[in-house]
Design a protein around this ligand. Structure first.
Ligand code: SF4
Length: 385
């Protein structure tokens, strides 16, 4: 007879935090390597980049990897032969507080497989947060995953206890989700709850953010499909962030076994984050994004430079007179560099790229798109596509 010992809390955290790596909806950076970084003193310590550029750690785990759903892209789907376990609300609250009180983590991110029903799983997700908020008077950051198909009551309760919530949209439309799951109804289980969250968070007395996540490369969708859907989500639903998770074919810890398709998915993920950044920070619109004939973003060139190469009429941009919006369109000029340019030219005319700062590869790339006026030094670079 095979005897399997019951995992203790640490063993369960190891299993469940590993399985939570597919949820990226808590990082602020768009650097793909940062999304999958995990702490060395426990995989549940998850470094994230904060909006101000600083780095801090979240306590991030699933509460259970049991799931009754059948998403084809997910290693946790029902009938998969994996080791399953669940953490009790008390185990999560106690483990989290231990790290929080030591100053190791600033907040908590909880998700779960769908155990029995969405609302049953939501009850279990909410329970440790209630313990923390009510019994321990914890006032810090909590991000709760909203499970597809959750009821209004469960969503309201989650929002009342959280600083951020997210439901994964997964695909850009029902036609793609239908290929991946026979159990999730795209509109009823995902889009309607997203709209409800948007309404409820707008009414909430405390500010609650909503994010979502696409899986990239699992359903034959194009980058254009994802980008257009992302743009619509930002416009119609008050989303703080959209995340993109490359389909990993269930070999996340063994890069040697990743297929070429998986590598492509990582590059697609990276380019989609760049597009997302252009939308949120650089004033780009979906009509500014250029694809190949298959609707895919260029693997070789970033989407801002692809736009620049397709709009020669826009360049060169005058470094001394162009407004912020125009400068942000120049490949190689990031947000901080544009601020530097705007500040420096208030004091004196900018005559060469050296006046902006140390010239690395990005600033050097920007030169050919910029006009420095009568400076001879930069004329050699001017607009030489
Ligand atoms: S519902 Fe979530 S955990 Fe369950 S199979 Fe689908 S993606 Fe995986």
């Amino acid at each position: 007879m095979l005897v399997t010992s019951r995992p203790n809390t640490i063993e369960k955290l190891q299993l469940l935090s590993r399985d939570s790596q597919y949820d990226l909806a808590c990082a602020c950076s768009y650097n793909k390597s940062e999304h999958r970084t995990r702490g060395t003193n426990g995989k549940w310590i998850y470094p994230v980049t904060l909006p101000d550029g600083g780095v801090a750690s979240l306590f991030k785990t699933l509460i259970s990897n049991h799931c009754t759903s059948d998403c084809k892209y997910c290693p946790l789907r029902q009938n998969e032969d994996i080791r399953r376990c669940s953490l009790s609300p008390e185990e999560i609250a106690a483990s989290f507080l231990q790290y929080y009180r030591q100053g190791v983590v600033f907040g908590l991110f909880l998700s779960s497989g769908i155990t029995c029903s969405s609302d049953t799983a939501m009850e279990k997700l909410i329970a440790p947060v209630e313990i923390l908020r009510k019994k321990h008077n914890f006032k810090g950051y909590v991000h709760l995953k909203i499970l597809p198909g959750s009821s209004r009551a469960a969503i309201e309760k989650a929002i009342s206890l959280s600083n951020a919530v997210s439901i994964n949209i997964e695909t850009p439309g029902a036609q793609y989700l239908d290929k991946l799951s026979s159990k999730k109804d795209f509109l009823k289980d995902i889009v309607e709850p997203m709209k409800l969250i948007s309404q409820l968070t707008a009414q909430s007395r405390h500010r609650v953010k909503q994010t979502t996540q696409f899986i990239v490369g699992a359903a034959g969708e194009s980058d254009r499909d994802i980008v257009n859907y992302t743009s619509a989500l930002y416009k119609r639903i008050n989303l703080q962030r959209v995340y993109f998770s490359a389909y990993q074919k269930h070999q996340p810890d063994n890069p040697k076994k990743q297929s070429i398709n998986t590598e492509n998915a990582f590059m697609r993920e990276h380019r989609l984050y760049q597009v997302d950044f252009l939308f949120r920070k650089y004033g780009f619109d979906q009509s500014d994004i250029i694809y190949d004939q298959s609707g895919l973003l260029s693997c070789e060139t970033d989407p801002k430079e692809v736009w620049a190469k397709n709009h020669p009429e826009f360049f060169p941009v005058s470094i001394n007179t162009a407004d912020r919006h125009k400068l942000l369109r120049v490949p190689g000029l990031g947000l901080q560099t544009v601020e530097t340019i705007l500040n420096k030219r208030k004091l004196a005319k900018i005559r060469s790229i050296d006046d902006i700062g140390k010239v690395g590869s990005r600033l050097f790339r920007a030169c050919k798109y910029l006009d420095f006026g009568d400076s001879q030094k930069n004329k050699a670079f001017l607009f030489n596509f």
